[in-house]
Design a protein. Structure first.
Length: 131
């Protein structure tokens, strides 16, 4: 029984270390002002569009994709007004969009196991690497 208890305690320590690291990363993001280039990069990653498509969106993207970009812009402005014009506000805009605007139905499964979650995790990692 003792080896199992020791293993559980080690796993708890690992989870606590990961949680502390995540909190430090969130703090760093909240203390870093957002630049337009970072906002553009996040938008490109979230919507899987090239820089050329994004910067010429009115000529290259479908009406559906343009509507999605507009929805994201609204969600992003909401989060920035709440959390500040920083990288944490930018990432919060991403999660607000993927949670509330991306689909009219529950998107929890996609965020946990699907492409949406993969994109969110990649965006978070990219933002942390920028600070």
């Amino acid at each position: 029984m003792r080896p199992k208890i020791d293993e559980i305690l080690r796993n708890i320590d690992v989870v606590l270390e990961q949680e502390q690291k995540l909190f430090r990363e969130i703090t760093m993001l909240s203390e870093t002002a957002m630049k337009q280039t970072q906002r553009d990069l996040v938008t490109q990653l979230l919507f899987d569009v090239t820089a050329m498509e994004y910067y010429n969106y009115d000529k290259t993207l479908s009406t559906r994709k343009i509507n999605q970009l507009n929805d994201f812009d609204l969600d992003l402005r909401t989060e920035i007004s709440d959390k500040g014009d920083n990288l944490w506000g930018l990432f919060s805009g991403v999660t607000r969009y993927t949670t509330h605007s991306m689909k009219s139905t529950d998107n929890s499964e996609g965020k946990m196991f699907g492409q949406t979650g993969v994109r969110e995790r990649r965006i978070f990692k990219e933002l942390v690497e920028m600070v």
